[in-house]
Design a protein around this ligand. Structure first.
Ligand code: URA
Length: 165
């Protein structure tokens, strides 16, 4: 996978962030620019952040898998497992109040056994960390119902953050 990628896409944003967003894997634009969520899904993510008064620089954004999978295929279970220690190290350094998983790949890696259709928008405390599983912006972008659900779930972020001790 590394051989076929242009570069490693590590993460973007503030190391002091209260919120860390975790997507799936870099796509074509991310692979070219070396930053996560800079394509169409990233634009939608930026708009939703602006909707709750946040800029990208206020949060930290990364992916479970840090190289672009060839032809944008889904990341393989082994690939997700291989990158997990790096994600945990990022979280140890940043120590966010809230970890927001985007889509099922990052959710499955961090919160095993959940179904995104049932648990999206519901905060979960797991091993001392508060998580909020959300739909993936790329999946929601062109699906009217899912798009509105994601926007509504996003609107709950400030309340969820405030409620964390
Ligand atoms: N989708 C992701 O999951 N991550 C990115 O960085 C871009 C699109």
């Amino acid at each position: 996978m590394a051989q076929e990628a242009t570069q490693l896409v590590f993460g973007d944003g503030s190391p002091d962030a209260d919120i860390v967003f975790i997507g799936e894997a870099p796509g074509k634009n991310e692979d070219e620019q070396g930053k996560p969520f800079v394509g169409a899904a990233g634009k939608f993510l930026n708009e939703m952040l602006a909707g709750i008064g946040l800029k990208r620089e206020d949060v930290y954004i990364t992916n479970i898998v840090k190289y672009r999978p060839p032809n944008n295929r889904d990341p393989l279970p082994d690939e997700k497992t291989a990158f997990l220690p790096f994600l945990h190290s990022q979280l140890e350094v940043i120590k966010p109040k809230l970890v927001i998983t985007l889509g099922r790949h990052s959710m499955d890696s961090l919160l095993p056994g959940l179904q995104i259709s049932k648990c999206h928008g519901q905060p979960k405390r797991y091993k001392g960390q508060v998580y909020l599983p959300l739909f993936h912006p790329a999946a929601a972008l062109y699906n009217g119902g899912m798009r509105q659900t994601l926007i509504d779930d996003f609107a709950s972020i400030p309340r969820v953050l405030d409620a964390i001790q």
